[in-house]
Design a binder for this molecule. Structure first.
Ligand code: GCU
Length: 128
């Protein structure tokens, strides 16, 4: 498929805020997860066909500690405790890719923080 980008600030946000206080984001901002386990961003993405999809999260983590998240597709955990490791600072973004199963049509992809630190800052996801 072709690369589609879905901004986090346009997704469904639970326990997080749209922020602009760091450099290098795409769109109109990024999501700053609340520092709590269970905070999440959920995207609705369109898939042309059933199969596997490569989902890439554009993230920053200006701490020295991993901020793992569970990735669900359509309500099922497909990748548990995915590492979102530190970046140089909050202005430095990195890509984290997971391969997930998808159905044809609209799929919901949720990234949920699993520690009390919450998630990394999330700019967008791409799906391929
Ligand atoms: C800092 C930083 C935020 C980040 C937060 C965090 O406050 O400026 O962008 O989200 O730390 O620890 O999550």
């Amino acid at each position: 498929g072709s690369l589609a980008r879905y901004e986090a600030e346009n997704a469904t946000i639970s326990q997080g805020t749209v922020a602009t206080n760091h450099l290098g984001y795409s769109g109109t901002g990024f999501v700053d997860y609340t520092n709590v386990s269970g905070s999440f961003v959920e995207w609705s993405v369109s898939m042309p066909a059933a199969g596997t999809a490569k989902v890439t999260f554009r993230v920053a983590n200006g701490t020295t500690t991993n901020r793992p998240m569970d990735i669900t597709v359509n309500g099922t955990v497909v990748a548990a405790g995915v590492a979102f490791n530190p970046t140089a600072n909050w202005d430095t973004w990195q890509d984290v890719t997971v391969t997930v199963p998808a159905t044809a049509g609209i799929n919901t992809i949720r990234a949920t923080a699993t520690t009390a630190d919450g998630g990394p800052n999330v700019d967008y996801l791409t799906i391929l």
